[in-house]
Design a protein around this ligand. Sequence first.
Ligand code: TYC
Length: 101
Amino acid sequence: MDEIVTRPNIKDEIKVERPRLHKVILVNDDYTPREFVVTVLKAVFRMSEDQAARVMITAHRRGTCVVAVFTKDVAETKATNATDAGRRQGYPLLFTTEPEE
Ligand code: TYC
């Protein structure tokens, strides 16, 4: 039986790319208590008290703060869970996501 031998396709080899990462962004508002924002950051994003306080105060002062980067699915799940935690307490706390450049 004849055997068909193919050479490796160089184009395919160099076209492999890492999946783009997505940022989770914390958005400031006038109503959610600071301590509650810190509690959510610690619970959902496994931050220390210090890290969480720094991210919260940056969003408070500048309007937004990047919390962390994840694959798209993880970023969206964490943003939804963190936003829902605020909503359950009646707060307008908002986490959004966007692709990294
Ligand atoms: N601005 C809020 C306050 O003064 C605290 C806060 C910080 C809320 C960051 C949301 O993303 C936020 N109580």
